[in-house]
Design a protein around this ligand. Structure first.
Ligand code: CP
Ligand code: NVA
Length: 296
């Protein structure tokens, strides 16, 4: 039983295999006649659509479920919902607030669980990030990814993926929003190089990829004003991209134009954001092809 709660639930070999499957032109019909439940506690554009299309391309039926409607942990416990859905579906994906909810689903261990974003991790995003970097540069190995902004779920999964694939990961965050020792130890456990700094200009020097995410993640909206102030010097604008030289720009999206990034950068020739968004579907298909049994 394969669960993907964080990207390092895959070995390095498995991660490379999933990325190869993501680039395959012939999707194995591993979900023929089967369904996948997609449970969302939070909004989504890319994750929902990429998962639904990936399931469809693998021959299956995606069933979108709003957590509010089924009362996840209010009308029924996470475990009871998981056991019920496991009777209908070959796999369950879930976007949740607390990471413990996807852990509880995985503990039921009836069908593969896929984390579609939790407060701790966003592994399906990291798969697409890696795929996009590979398409751009041929490999992640030896490339430097400079992440600018909040040290969050996207940062953690991206940093793990970059480290697993032999890249250098730099994080520029204000000190009060930087990773603590535990997270840095986790990222370094891949054997990858992780560098932290407060100055975005230092982070982008000689890098290959500049990466951005929102300053205020879903669920943190009450902190918006304080975060906008704290991250005022972390906007990716034309000047920062010029300092980054030939680097490409990635953002998991949605972008808050005028906050963490300017429109000038999102819409610039260096931007690969639409390619990355599309790659969410290819990465999802590659992962499901792997997890649901087509191992080669
Ligand atoms: N990047 C991403 O996960 O986008 P959505 O929140 O729209 O799914
Ligand atoms: N860090 C963001 C990512 C959105 C795709 C969030 O959790 O809201």
């Amino acid at each position: 039983m394969r669960h993907l709660l964080e990207i390092d639930d895959l070995s390095v070999d498995e991660l490379q295999h999933v990325l190869a499957l993501a680039q395959s032109k012939a999707p194995p019909q591993v979900l023929q006649g089967k369904g996948m439940a997609l449970v969302f506690e939070k909004p989504s554009l890319r994750t929902r659509n990429s998962m639904e299309m990936a399931v469809f391309q693998l021959g299956g039926l995606p069933v979108y479920i709003q957590a509010d409607e089924i009362g996840l942990d209010t009308r029924e416990s996470v475990e009871d919902v998981t056991n019920t859905l496991a009777g209908f579906h070959a796999a369950i994906g879930a976007r949740v607030f607390e990471h413990s909810k996807v852990e509880r689903m995985a503990e039921v261990d009836r069908v593969p669980i896929v984390n579609l974003l939790s407060d701790a991790a966003h592994p399906m995003q990291a798969l697409a990030d890696a795929l996009t970097i590979i398409e751009e540069f041929g490999s992640v190995e030896g490339r430097t990814v400079a992440y600018i902004g909040d040290s969050n779920n996207v940062t953690r999964s991206l940093g793990l993926a970059v480290g697993m694939l032999g890249g250098v990961f730099r994080i520029a965050s204000p000190s009060e929003y930087s990773f603590g020792e535990d997270d840095l130890a986790l990222l370094r456990s891949t054997g990858g190089t992780v560098e932290t700094m407060v100055d975005p200009y230092e982070a982008v020097e000689g890098c290959d990829v500049v990466y951005s995410d929102v300053f205020t993640s879903m669920g943190q909206e009450a902190e918006t004003a304080i975060r906008l102030k704290a991250f005022a010097d972390y906007q990716i604008d034309g000047d920062l991209m010029r300092a980054a030289g030939d680097a490409v720009f990635l953002h998991c999206l949605p972008a808050h134009r005028g906050e963490e990034v300017t429109s000038e950068v999102v819409d610039s020739p260096a931007s690969r954001v639409w390619k990355l968004a599309e790659n969410r579907m290819h990465a999802a298909r590659g992962y499901l092809a792997f997890a649901l049994g087509e191992m080669s």
